[in-house]
Ligand binder design. Sequence first.
Ligand SMILES: C[S@@+](CC[C@H](N)C(=O)[O-])C[C@H]1O[C@@H](n2cnc3c(N)ncnc32)[C@H](O)[C@@H]1O
Length: 337
Amino acid sequence: MNWSAIDWKALERMRAAFLGGTAGHADYWQSESDLASYDATFAQRIGWKWDYVLAELQRRGWQPAPGALMDWGCGSGIAHRAFLDHFGTTTISELWLLDRSALAMRFSERRAREKYGGLKIAAAPHPVPFPIGWGESGQRLGEGNTLLISHVLTELTPEQVESLADFAASFTSVIWVEPGTYEASLTLIAVRERLRGQFNVVAPCTHQAQCGILALGNESHWCHHFATPPPEVFTDGNWAKFGELAGVDLRSLPLSFLVLDKRPVASMPSGATRVIGRPRLYKAHALVLGCEATGVTEKRLMKRHAPDFFRQLKRNECAPLQAWRCEGGDIVEAKPL
Ligand SMILES: C[S@@+](CC[C@H](N)C(=O)[O-])C[C@H]1O[C@@H](n2cnc3c(N)ncnc32)[C@H](O)[C@@H]1O
């Protein structure tokens, strides 16, 4: 990465807009250099979150539907690049880019052309009418195709989120990745509830029922997970500088996500559990929040019952999908799925 080309002032301005909640008010991309600086920093962290989600999809046996791929609110284009790097371009008939910023669409289009020569790419014509994007009918636009949405929630009004969810309903597959905050998670859960009658839920859930976080008593929980940053983040002084400027803990990459598909999904073995958030670790036991068809509950793991699993939890190496045998509130056996 060419750190000398980073416009730190622009990153500071963007950070203020992201954190101040003003990013949704107006287009903040002022120049190509804004996008390049974002792409090398904020977007890289988002890309590692996408890598985490795509790896989980791979483990679950999910594959893209053959058809077009749309990146909605594409910014510098990290979401579709992560997707295409992971799954390749062979099943993708065309890449559709959409953003309220013409500058962002041009930037991400150029990057994609450089990286995936031969891939057909279409940018939405301007001005973009919200939320349908372009085309006569949202229904025809999405059928057979895959929609990617990444880190847009903080810039949309609740009404816009609902419209975007309804727009997403016209696609065959939807992969939506957001920060791992309480607000973003609860919004994605609302989207899941709005759409689950029209889709199969692929991930992060292990079931198709109502989200267990919504059950009485679970108000303090939210569905979030942690991706792993690459080692250079800890050794490169420029990343340290970025971490300080952005006010982020570089070791921690919390995310919330939702993957929906109209095609049949592989069924999970009974008792399959998705670990949520970070376990609470004590000397001889851990408390782990798990989501399964019967609900979201915190279970206790005594170190002596499953020492290997306890060690994995301590090292942050626990597989997100687990098959647990429980006795009451205790996990007595744990196997990664
Ligand atoms: C934080 S950036 C995320 C960019 C990219 N998806 C990523 O994950 O790095 C949010 C993007 O959403 C775009 N955006 C915000 N409101 C929008 C709207 N109403 N319609 C289309 N794009 C919008 C912004 O221009 C910006 O590029």
